[in-house]
Design a protein around this ligand. Sequence first.
Ligand code: URA
Length: 221
Amino acid sequence: MDAAARALELRKYADAAAGCAKCRLSEGRTQVVFGVGDPDSDLMFVGEAPGFHEDKQGYPFVGQAGKLLDRLLEGIGLSRAETYIANVLKCRPPGNRDPGPDEIESCEPHLFRQLELVQPRVVASLGNFATKLLSGKQIGITRVHGQEQQVTIGGRSVLLFPLYHPAAALYTPAMLKVLEIDFARLPALLGTPAEPEAPAPPAIDPALLGQPEPAVQLGLF
Ligand code: URA
């Protein structure tokens, strides 16, 4: 399938998934938050689940964690439109609680189909839930962040690159520093040199990022 056909298939799949009622999360959601970005990107981010703002707006990573993700991307000369962004769960868990194992199991076919159709070369898993699901190992993000690993997903080999979840880094400056350092390796992993004029990743002061979102997501690292 060429890129145009995959993009069309992804659109059709997203339309069908908009009515998904495979688990209890369909009862409390405003809408399914499927994914956003370039359907042919070499780089896909996989977060945990939509939060309050994502549920309202219908796009992943549009709250404070998303703003941090945008700034990290800017630091390596990329915009979110050049990547594809999705989550393990497509519907917001009530009160931003952790995803349940049964919810992950119900929802994972959506993510696997996205991976199959976008065909990214590098998948950056953000936080524990995405990393454990995509690595197939119960090893936490603290141990594996910044260490790329070749994994086979849906018969395709991709480079999985686990990163701390931006929502966790928002409140922990030391973690933000590590996230910036790990993030800076993405251009090399994508096989493209960092833009010569691109500045070093900005040192982001968490205090400038605003107040925590209403329900802070816990259990992210
Ligand atoms: N956290 C996530 O994991 N995903 C989002 O879309 C927003 C916050």
